[in-house]
Design a protein around this ligand. Structure first.
Ligand SMILES: NC(=O)c1ccc[n+]([C@@H]2O[C@H](COP(=O)([O-])OP(=O)(O)OC[C@H]3O[C@@H](n4cnc5c(N)ncnc54)[C@H](O)[C@@H]3O)[C@@H](O)[C@H]2O)c1
Length: 352
């Protein structure tokens, strides 16, 4: 019998990249997605085309809502047995929305994760359980020593970035809801022996990312830069976009192909790494501040970007760069796509 994965949120940015790679390798995939996110219906159509190619794995789309116990129980009673991996990627993904609609954020991220974990515990106990958490579980990191350069904030005491021993501190409803789910995944290993692994992600980018003002900042600013280039070429004054804060906030960027490798390597190593959390990002060499990203985009596109500043966002970290030492040592993951090549591919996808 062929291998099968269940991927919740499988029509989102991370999910569709992961599912495409599985289908190509003849793995069957059950994609669980309500298609609420802008672009998810397009991603599903794209996946269906890929599944139709000869030799691809089978694709089943289940429009189950992870908030619904009934939907998730039904899903696992149909597909739990015989699935070797459950990747739980569906979520309420924007910090800003979590502040506007905290109950919704709680229901999708905490109750949704709990329903999925219960499905795994009762109906797929041998499956690897992979969860996409976030660096926001470490709070705003304001107590760390920061230095300011002309283009970025720096953590002088953490030259390789931040490891998993950084104290947890949940800030904002999004930080609390993702953090609660992160801890549930780890605890279901401790208490029930589930083969769970948690990835605390920095920023990710690449094709199939339908970014918005409040989520997917790399994709969003790439879109804005391309729009301003078109406006300048049409001899119109470009509409300025906005940024929150001073633009010196730094993140490490992980390209889509690398994040797919991360999930697949972790699934293959699950018996060694179950019960652990990993900081996953592009690392220091693939880190950029907003201002530095704008310089790179100006250079690549030959356009001067026009933007305006807004006050900083609540709980925003001035710097987060993942120290990937543990992931490299435990399951051999380290990023391979450099940020310049990744941005070229992102721009190419957006142009198409
Ligand atoms: N993209 C990033 O940079 C980043 C960074 C840190 C963490 N993460 C986490 O990774 C995961 C995937 O992120 P993404 O960028 O692919 O997000 P995304 O919004 O592109 O994908 C999430 C998918 O979940 C689906 N969904 C939402 N609510 C649902 C529900 N109640 N039931 C079923 N499906 C539902 C959406 O339709 C969407 O297709 C998220 O959990 C996010 O918190 C992402």
């Amino acid at each position: 019998m062929s291998e099968r994965w269940i991927v919740t949120g499988g029509c989102g940015f991370v999910g569709s990249n992961l599912v495409a790679s599985l289908l190509e390798d003849r793995v069957d995939v059950v994609v669980v997605d309500t298609l609420v996110r802008k672009g998810s219906a397009e991603n599903l159509a794209w996946l269906q085309q890929r599944a139709a190619k000869s030799g691809a794995g089978k694709l089943v789309h289940v429009p189950a809502d992870v908030r619904s116990r009934t939907d998730v129980e039904h899903l696992f009673s149909r597909f739990g047995e015989g699935s070797s991996v459950v990747a739980h990627l569906s979520g309420q993904v924007a910090m800003t929305t979590s502040i506007d609609r905290p109950r919704h954020d709680f229901e999708v991220n905490v109750l949704g994760a709990f329903n999925v974990l219960e499905g795994i515990r009762t109906l797929a106990p041998h499956a690897a359980a992979l969860f996409s958490s976030t660096n926001k579980v470490y709070g705003d990191l304001a107590s760390l020593r920061h230095e300011e350069s002309a283009t970025r904030w720096i953590l002088p005491d953490h030259p390789r970035g931040l490891g998993e021993s950084t104290p947890l501190e949940f800030h904002s409803p999004y930080g609390c809801s993702k953090g609660a789910a992160d801890q549930y995944f780890l605890d279901y290993h401790r208490i029930f022996g589930l083969k769970s692994v948690v990835f605390r992600h920095s920023s990710m980018y690449g094709g199939r990312q339908f970014a918005s003002f409040d989520q997917g900042w790399v994709g969003w600013f790439c879109e804005q830069a391309l729009r301003q280039k078109r406006e300048r070429e049409a001899r119109r004054v470009p509409l300025a976009f906005t940024i929150s804060g001073d633009g010196k906030q730094v993140r490490d960027l992980l390209y889509a192909d690398d994040l797919v490798r991360c999930y697949r390597l972790a699934a293959a190593a699950i018996d060694r790494i179950a019960g652990r959390a990993y900081n996953i990002g592009g690392g220091m060499e693939n880190s950029l501040s907003l201002l530095e990203l704008f310089t790179v985009l100006e250079h690549k596109l030959g356009v001067e970007l026009a933007y305006e500043r807004l006050p900083p966002r609540a709980s925003d970290q001035k710097v987060f760069v993942a120290d990937g030492t543990r992931a490299a040592a435990d399951f051999g993951f380290s990023p391979q796509v450099g940020v310049s090549a990744g941005l070229d591919r992102m721009l190419e996808w957006l142009r198409r």
